[in-house]
Design a protein around this ligand. Structure first.
Ligand code: GDP
Ligand code: IMO
Ligand code: MG
Length: 423
C-alpha cells in the first residue's frame, strides 16, 4: 500500500519530520516531484539532517529511498548531499534508486533560473535558484535530458547541443552573459556517470513489484499545495505538482495503489519567496514567530514570512488532496501568545467568497475575517499525550479540525522524532 504525505500550505510544514516518524513503519520512501528546492529537516539524537533530494526516511536503516520520474535531479547537488549525509554517519549502500526517466537539472538550468528571476525585477518570484522551473520547462518543451540520456555519453552530448542552441542565443544576445559550451559541460559531468548508473532503474517496475509483495511505500511530497503549478498561487508557485494527484505520474503507479493520504500543516502559516499570503502578520509578531519557530529556509536560509493559520486554504487543500488525516506541526511555537487568530472567512469586494479563489488577482486582494482564541502559557514541548495539553491548546486543535473538516491524528510539539502526540 502507498501512503502519501503532502504539504497543506506553502511548504516547510514539517514534512521531513513527519516522514521520518512514519518511515519506521515503511519499507520504501519515494519522492515523486520537485528537486533540490526542497529542504526537509529531521532532528534525531540532537543532530540535524537536511534532505534536499534524498528521501527523508533514510535515517531508518531498513528503508530504501526512491527518486521517481517526477523528480528533477541535479547530480551535483545530489552527490554533495550524499557526501554530507555520509559524513553525518548515514550509510546509503544498496538503499537508493533513481528513475531512469527522471530529468536532470544541469548547470545551465540553475544559471538561467537565477538570471530569469533577476530579470523579472520587482515581479520576481523569489525562486530557490535551484533550476527547478527551467528543468521542468525543458522537460515539457521536449529538450530535457533524462538520466538514461546521461548514462550514454554520446547521447548526452547530442542532447546538450540541442538544449543549448537556443539557450546560448538567449544568454548571449538577450541576457548578455557567457555562452555555455556543451563539450566542456559534458566533461564536467562525466564524473557522475558511473555513480548514477549504479542507482538508475525503472522505478515504476520496482515499486509495482514491491507493492505486489506487500511492501509499504511512503510517497514524500515536497513543497506544498499552494505552490502547486496548477492549483497554487500562480505564478508564485513551483513548477511541479506537490498535491497527492502528482504521486501517480511522478512514480509510475496506479491511483488504485494509494491507500492513505496524510496532510501536514503548520499550526500557523509560513511562506518563503514572493506571492500573496492573506493571513500574513504585519506587525512585530511576524518576527517573533520567525525567531521562536526558527523560520529560516532549510535550502536557502531566507527568512520565512509568518502568519496566522488560514483555515480556508487548508480546507481547500484537504479536499483537493483527499486527505484521510491531518497532522499539525509546531504547535509548541504558539505557546506564550495571549491570543491566537485563525483565518475563517474571505471577503472580496465586500462579499464573502466561500473557497480559496484560483484567480490570483482575487486571492491577492481578499480580506480575511479572523476568529480569536485564547492562548496558553505552558511549555508543551514535552507533552506526549493529547490529554497533557493545556485546555486552550486542545481547543485550538479541535477548532482547526472543525474548520478544515479533517481528522487531526497527530500533533508535533518539537523538532525531534519523539516530540509527537498521536491521537
Ligand atoms: P519541510 O520542508 O516541510 O520538511 O519543513 P522544513 O524542514 O523546511 O521546516 C520545518 C522546520 O520546523 C524544521 O526546522 C524542523 O526541524 C522544525 N520542526 C518540525 N516540526 C516541529 C515542531 O513540531 N516544533 C518545532 N518547534 N519545530 C518543528
Ligand atoms: P519544501 O519541500 C517552501 C518556493 C520558493 C519560491 C517558489 C518557486 O522544503 O517544503 P522554485 O525554486 O521551486 O522554482 O521556487 O517556491 N519553494 C518553497 N518554499 N518550501 C519549499 O520546499 C519550497 N520549494 C520551493 O521559495 O517562492
Ligand atoms: Mg522545507
Amino acid at each position: 500500500m502507498v501512503t502519501v504525505v503532502v504539504g497543506m500550505q506553502w511548504g516547510d510544514e514539517g514534512k521531513g519530520k513527519i516522514i521520518d516518524t512514519l518511515a519506521e513503519d515503511h519499507d520504501i520512501v519515494a519522492r515523486y516531484q520537485g528537486g533540490a528546492n526542497a529542504g526537509h529537516t529531521v532532528v534525531y539524537n540532537n543532530k540535524k539532517f537536511i534532505f534536499h533530494l534524498v528521501p527523508s526516511g533514510l535515517l531508518h536503516k531498513n528503508v530504501t529511498g526512491v527518486l521517481g520520474n517526477g523528480v528533477v535531479i541535479d547530480p551535483e547537488s545530489f552527490f554533495q548531499e550524499l557526501t554530507d549525509l555520509e559524513n553525518q554517519g548515514v550509510n546509503f549502500a544498496g538503499r537508493l534508486l533513481i528513475a531512469e526517466n527522471a530529468h536532470l537539472t544541469l548547470h545551465y538550468h540553475k544559471i538561467l533560473d537565477q538570471i530569469e528571476d533577476k530579470k523579472r525585477g520587482d515581479k520576481k518570484l523569489g525562486t530557490t535558484g535551484r533550476g527547478i522551473g527551467t528543468t521542468y520547462a525543458d522537460k515539457y518543451g521536449r529538450v530535457g535530458v533524462r538520466v538514461s540520456d546521461f548514462l550514454n555519453e554520446e547521447m548526452f552530448i547530442k542532447k546538450l547541443h540541442i538544449a543549448l542552441e537556443l539557450k546560448n542565443y538567449l544568454l548571449q544576445q538577450y541576457y548578455k552573459e557567457n555562452v555555455i559550451k556543451a563539450d566542456h559541460l559534458a566533461s564536467q559531468y562525466s564524473k557522475y556517470r558511473n555513480k548514477l548508473k549504479e542507482l538508475a532503474s525503472d522505478v515504476s517496475i520496482y515499486l509495482n513489484n514491491a507493492l505486489d509483495c506487500g511492501k509499504r511505500v511512503l510517497a514524500e511530497g515536497a513543497q506544498g499545495t499552494f505552490l502547486d503549478i496548477d492549483f497554487g498561487t500562480y505564478p508564485f508557485v513551483t513548477a511541479s505538482n506537490p498535491i497527492s494527484g502528482g504521486v501517480c505520474t511522478g512514480l509510475g503507479i496506479s491511483p488504485k495503489r494509494i491507500g492513505k493520504i496524510i496532510g501536514v500543516a503548520k499550526a500557523y502559516t509560513t511562506r518563503v519567496g514572493m506571492g500573496p499570503f492573506p493571513t500574513e502578520i504585519k506587525d512585530e509578531l511576524n518576527e517573533k514567530l520567525r525567531t521562536i519557530g526558527n523560520e529560516f529556509g532549510a535550502t536557502t536560509g531566507r527568512p520565512r514570512r509568518c502568519g496566522w493559520f488560514d483555515s480556508i486554504i487548508v480546507q481547500y487543500a484537504s479536499r483537493l488532496n483527499g486527505i484521510d488525516e491531518l497532522i499539525i506541526t509546531k504547535l509548541d511555537v504558539l505557546s506564550g501568545l495571549k491570543t491566537i487568530k485563525i483565518g475563517v472567512k474571505y471577503f472580496y469586494n465586500g462579499s464573502e467568497i466561500y473557497a480559496y479563489p484560483l484567480d490570483t488577482s482575487v486571492f491577492e486582494n481578499v480580506e480575511v475575517q479572523y476568529e480569536e482564541m485564547e492562548g496558553w502559557n505552558e511549555d508543551i514541548s514535552g507533552a506526549s499525550k493529547f490529554s497533557e495539553l493545556p485546555d486552550k491548546a486542545k481547543k485550538y486543535i479541535e477548532r482547526i479540525e472543525e474548520l478544515v473538516k479533517a481528522k487531526i491524528t497527530a500533533i508535533s510539539v518539537g523538532s525531534s522524532r519523539e516530540q509527537i502526540i498521536k491521537r
